[in-house]
Design a protein around this ligand. Structure first.
Ligand SMILES: [Zn+2]
Length: 106
């Protein structure tokens, strides 16, 4: 998979807009309300997926259920996706070293 990572580490509490349709996928003013659009491939934390599109799940070597059941490394499995092209936004949760990852198909 080839992907572009956009690190939002430097921003504080950004609303996250889809780069394709400008839909507000993550709204921090509404307590981090998550609302995926049709371009959203996944929304994940280090500890598990919050949202995963069916099309994206099919590109993973291991199913999301297995990743959750076995507490596998989510980020590692995202990187193992066979999807051709992704843009991934990475941001800190502000708790320990936990991060949230949001992937968009491009
Ligand atoms: Zn979109």
């Amino acid at each position: 998979m080839s992907y572009t990572i956009i690190d939002l580490e430097q921003q504080t509490q950004p609303d996250l807009l889809c780069p394709s349709c400008q839909h507000c996928v993550l709204d921090w003013s509404k307590t981090q309300y998550i609302q995926p659009c049709e371009h959203t491939a996944f929304i994940a934390l280090d500890l598990g997926f919050e949202y995963v599109a069916d099309d994206f799940e099919q590109t993973l070597a291991v199913s999301v259920d297995d990743i959750h059941a076995q507490e596998l490394n989510v980020w590692q499995h995202i990187q193992g996706s066979s999807l051709a092209c992704l843009t991934i936004y990475k941001m800190s949760l502000g708790v320990a070293d936990y991060k949230r990852y949001v992937g968009f198909t491009v």
